[in-house]
Design a protein around this ligand. Structure first.
Ligand code: PHE
Length: 511
């Protein structure tokens, strides 16, 4: 489409505005009277026409009038003097008392009588009123003024008439800036040239797209600023993730990160999961095909040794192992990380085992994957949060202390712990919180002290305490009180819900 084509092409509204001002410049309010367009449409058209030099817009302070409450009343009934003329017109003469039928107050009535007497329209004799003339100069004009002002905010009447209405508190003056729109020589030419058959299209519709060859489209303007929604915000899960990052960093923990694709070794073997553990089933774990052989040979043989025969250290710890053969192929198989504890063990290898004298606190908040069909309480990928502490003399009391402090920082105060089982921790503690909305204890996490068997291959003899949990479910079902975890994820999510969830609600579940 050539721009040459565009210069002359006008859409229907632009054409209407241009023709409305073709003879004389006009204010937007005047164009409103001459067309059926509203103020915004006229103004937008004028702006576009101005960009193409077809019109000039000048801003100019112009007086605008409006009706007072009294004015609005008279707009319906007519002015009191007009009501009086019409009433008296029906009879020869009228007693003052009868005029009560006009429903005017004392002030309005005497002003109208005084005015009409002075103008020689009515006469009073022996307390009776009669009409001399059928009309009075200016009275009917003023009625028109009221309706003009009501509709357009201005009137063509003489200033004297308007001033009189202002003095009587029927009309008031409102100062206003008005845009006067004037056609340019180019505009006149464009109006002449305009081929109305080929007016410009400014909306894309299925029809206009199909028929694009025959149409002229309005140029896409990069200067137009679209309305910016003020409701944009972080998704609630992201918000919770960053709140947790803040809480952990404030407690002196450093963040751990590792790849989503992981080997069986780091996801299971290193934690002494039995190689026939049900978690490794295809029903639970996402196998992605291929292998990842990134484990140091010495480390793998140490894990294999502990797995098969157990270990003993210089303390009193000894164990006998599983007594079955360790399958190295299962170690290499590539899967999607099923828990962030895989990341934890990579950090134990990379940092803690290399700096055994240095106490360490690490955390992760990251995605994990399970081969699960989505339903109200499960999604195949979700966030897990995990924290570990390494140092001298750590025991379960420290673990409980860290857990309580962590949950307190995310707004959960009432915590209790219950013994449970994990292949890689001993003791293992399930974390429960009291949910006042559900009025019962709910599971919110899992924790423990890493078994010496899992740390022996790294030569670590000190304790590591750790806890972890799935974040999305706890957030959706327990903290937000939703019934379906998918309510916070598309396509089930309700955009208003996501926009309006406040942190008060997020952290309010325990009151
Ligand atoms: N990895 C465990 C899970 O998936 C959580 C956990 C982390 C438990 C650390 C104990 C210690 O639920």
């Amino acid at each position: 489409m050539s721009t040459e084509n565009m210069a002359g092409a006008l859409n229907k509204n632009e054409l209407t505005v241009l023709s409305a001002i073709s003879k004389a410049p006009a204010y937007v309010s005047e164009i409103m009277l001459r067309t059926t367009l509203n103020r915004d449409t006229i103004f937008n058209c004028a702006r576009r026409l101005m960009d193409r030099n077809l019109v000039r817009i000048t801003a100019d302070a112009k007086v605008v009038y409006s009706l007072t409450e009294l004015g609005k009343k008279y707009l319906k009934t007519g002015l009191p003097e007009k009501m009086l003329i019409e009433y008296l017109g029906k009879k020869k003469s009228t007693e003052y008392a009868e005029l009560a039928a006009l429903n005017l107050n004392q002030g309005e009535l005497s002003a109208a009588i005084g005015f009409l007497k002075k103008a020689g329209v009515i006469a009073v004799s022996n307390g009776k009123f009669s009409l001399i003339k059928n009309s009075a100069n200016g009275i009917y004009t003023k009625d028109v003024v009221l309706s003009e002002i009501y509709k357009n905010g201005y009137s063509s009447a003489a200033d004297r008439d308007i001033d009189d209405l202002i003095r009587r508190k029927i009309v008031e003056k409102v100062e206003n800036v008005n845009e006067k729109i004037e056609i340019t020589a180019l505009g006149i030419a464009a109006l002449k040239d305009n081929d109305t058959e080929r007016t410009m299209v400014d909306k894309l519709t299925p029809d206009s797209i199909k028929n694009w060859k025959n149409l002229i489209f309005r140029e896409y303007s990069l200067d137009t600023v679209p309305p910016i929604p003020i409701s944009g915000r972080k998704h609630i899960v992201k918000k919770f993730v960053s709140d947790i990052q803040d809480a952990m960093v404030a407690m002196g923990f450093a963040e751990m990160k590792s790849d989503y694709a992981e080997s069986g070794f780091w996801n299971f073997d290193v934690m002494m999961f039995r190689q026939d553990h049900p978690d490794r089933d295809i029903q639970d774990t996402v196998y992605i095909g291929g292998e990842k052989a990134d484990v140091d040979k010495t480390l793998r043989s140490k894990v294999k040794e502990v797995y098969e025969h157990g270990f003993s250290n210089d303390k009193t710890d000894t164990s006998i192992g599983y007594g079955t053969e360790f399958d190295e192929e299962k170690s290499r198989v590539l899967i999607m990380r099923g828990h962030t504890t895989a990341t934890t063990f990579r950090y134990i290898d990379k940092y803690i085992s290399k700096n055994k004298e240095t106490p360490a606190k690490y955390f992760s908040v990251s995605k994990v994957f399970r081969n699960e069909t989505p339903d109200a309480t499960h999604t195949p990928e979700f966030y897990q949060i995990e924290g570990i502490v390494y140092g001298d003399g750590l025991n379960v009391s420290h673990l409980i202390g860290y857990i309580k402090e962590f949950y307190r920082r995310i707004g959960i105060d009432k915590i209790r712990l219950k013994p449970t089982y994990n292949p890689y921790t001993e003791p293992s503690l399930e974390i429960q919180a009291f949910n006042t909305k559900l009025n019962r204890w709910v599971e919110v996490g899992n924790s423990g002290v890493f078994r010496p068997e899992t740390l022996a291959p790294f030569g670590i003899t000190k304790h590591i305490v750790a806890w972890g949990f799935g974040l999305d479910r706890m957030l959706a079902l327990q903290m937000l009180g939703l019934r379906d975890i998918r309510e916070i994820y598309a396509p089930f999510s309700d955009i208003d819900l996501l926009r309006n969830i406040e942190s008060a609600r997020l952290y309010g579940w325990l009151e």
